[in-house]
Design a protein around this ligand. Structure first.
Ligand code: NAD
Length: 472
């Protein structure tokens, strides 16, 4: 898959080279950081009626500077080796940026899931997992897949079941994959994590009045307009949470079937229910149909969120993009040459490997939960509650003031798993943005968020290599 005039992987390498020029990391070390360490190409057959079909699949481990490696598995017709390598590389920089202690990886199967039955998808997923097991490309301490475009909790449960069957008795087997259903050792909050992370990242970025002023915006998200491309896992959660928690007005939505507009704002919850029922966003009450599915990207808005696939903003349409901020919820939605055009137009781009890092962050929490074999808060919640009850009792005794039952419950209870996940994610996205902003402020020669974010990641990865040394 190409990204403008060059391959997707090459465009990631170019971004890294540009960022490296602002650091003193040795040239050879930059080359090592950029390289894909292991590339597995797989071909296997499945039965289709009386015939066979060859399935093309990949798993790439980009960097082993931290283990396990981590990255989603994509089911899409666009999958090829270059795309999986690029996405694996982005995972390395993403994990480093948000301090998730993993190396980057990615997997892909070149299929359109809509062309296969559930049984066939299950066979493909289990066979792919078996190939990964045979080559030692999966395991809680080796390489841990997760969902990506075209996959979800269902596929992750099949992967876990296949792995557990081959690794009977391996105590940490449940940590071999993340993004599992909550009932199958998943974690509450993982399904919405990437979209929620996009919201937290935008909220942190837009909280800086002086940065927003440069874009002609006031600070804060409330009342700002947003356009979203793709109502899948990432896009629907970004839109829903931005609307419900950030008071953002979603004026445009694009999906496979076309794009729609509503000046006064679309109710995303109702739009999702409408699409589920009719199979399309077109004809949603109060919305106007736009000429085609790419038209929504050109609407005048404050925030544009491409959350479908790569290569959506290219030299063909970049000049007509009318947003103040582009949040790359999808991986690689802006080609390298379009990136230049947007920057000249003073559009701020929040790069993919920062803004969509919520998924891997909560996957990390799920992995930690799996390795500790218990739900967060299970051991300490009741103990803490009793301790807080004691403190409140003393406060009442000293002040003579009685604390009401409702207030008391609020002050003493421990956090639920979902609340702990949300607070950990919020903190992670906020800290990472502040690190990027600090880099922008200390390097006057860097003017874009993407380069600053790559500088942050590169420095952390280089520091690992330098302190570990090289074996042998
Ligand atoms: P998904 O399969 O759940 O959703 C993708 C949506 O995009 C679907 O609704 C699909 O119909 C729509 N779409 C496809 N082609 C389109 C087009 N041309 N125009 C408009 N809409 C189109 O996938 P997802 O998991 O939401 O992933 C979306 C992007 O986010 C991918 O780039 C993926 O790599 C990235 N991402 C996903 C996660 C995650 O946790 N799922 C994490 C990080 C990054």
């Amino acid at each position: 898959m190409s990204n403008g005039n060059i391959s997707f992987f090459k465009s990631v390498e170019n971004y890294v080279d540009r960022a490296a020029s602002f650091t003193d990391i040795p040239k050879g070390l930059v080359e090592q950081i950029k390289a894909c360490n292991l590339v597995l190409q797989i071909r296997f057959p499945i039965r289709v009626g009386n015939d066979y079909q060859v399935i093309e699949a990949y798993r790439v481990q980009h960097s082993h500077h931290r283990l396990p490696t981590k990255g989603g598995i994509r089911y899409a017709e666009s999958v090829d080796q270059d795309e999986v390598m690029a996405l694996a590389a982005l995972m390395t920089y993403k994990c480093a940026l948000v301090d998730v202690p993993f190396g980057g990886a990615k997997g892909g199967i070149k299929i359109n899931p809509a062309n296969f039955s559930v049984e066939q998808l299950q066979s493909i997923t289990r066979r792919y997992t078996t190939e990964l097991i045979k080559k030692n490309f999966i395991g809680p301490g080796i390489d841990v897949p997760a969902p990506d475009y075209g996959t979800g909790p269902r596929e992750m449960a099949w992967i876990l079941d296949t792995y557990a069957a081959f690794r009977h008795g391996e105590i940490d087997a449940i940590g071999c994959v993340t993004g599992k259903p909550v009932t199958q050792n998943g974690i509450r909050g993982r399904a919405e994590a990437t979209g929620r992370g996009v919201y937290y990242g935008l909220r942190e970025c837009m909280a800086h009045a002086e940065d927003m002023q440069k874009l002609g915006l006031s600070k804060g998200m409330a009342g700002k307009t947003m356009v979203v491309q793709g109502l899948g896992n990432v896009g629907s959660n970004t839109a829903l949470i931005s609307q419900q928690e950030g008071d953002v007005k979603i004026i445009g939505v694009a999906e496979r079937e076309g794009s729609i507009y509503c000046e006064s704002g679309l109710n995303i919850e109702k739009l999702l229910a409408f699409r589920k029922e009719t199979g399309s966003i077109m004809g949603f009450a109060g919305s106007k149909a736009l000429p085609d599915k790419l038209s929504a990207l050109e609407l005048e808005c404050d925030i544009l969120v491409p959350a479908a696939l790569e290569n959506q903003i290219t030299v063909q349409n970049a000049e007509r993009i009318n947003a103040k901020i582009v949040a790359e919820a999808a991986n690689g939605p802006v080609t390298a040459d379009a990136d230049l055009i947007l920057r000249k137009k003073n559009i701020m781009i929040l790069p993919d490997f920062y803004i969509n890092a919520g998924g891997v962050t909560v996957s990390y929490f799920e992995w930690l939960k799996n390795l500790s074999h218990h739900r967060f808060g299970r051991l300490e919640n009741r103990f803490q509650q009793n301790a807080f009850e004691g403190i409140l009792g003393k406060v009442q005794e000293i002040t003579g003031h009685t604390i009401g039952e409702k207030e008391r419950q609020l002050l003493t209870r421990g956090g639920t798993e979902e609340e702990l996940v949300k607070s950990g994610l919020d903190d992670t996205m906020s800290i990472a943005y502040r690190q990027i902003r600090e880099t922008l402020m200390t390097h006057n020669e860097i003017s874009d968020v993407r380069t600053a974010a790559f500088v942050c990641s590169l420095k952390k990865i280089a520091s690992d290599y330098i302190s570990m040394g090289i074996f042998p």
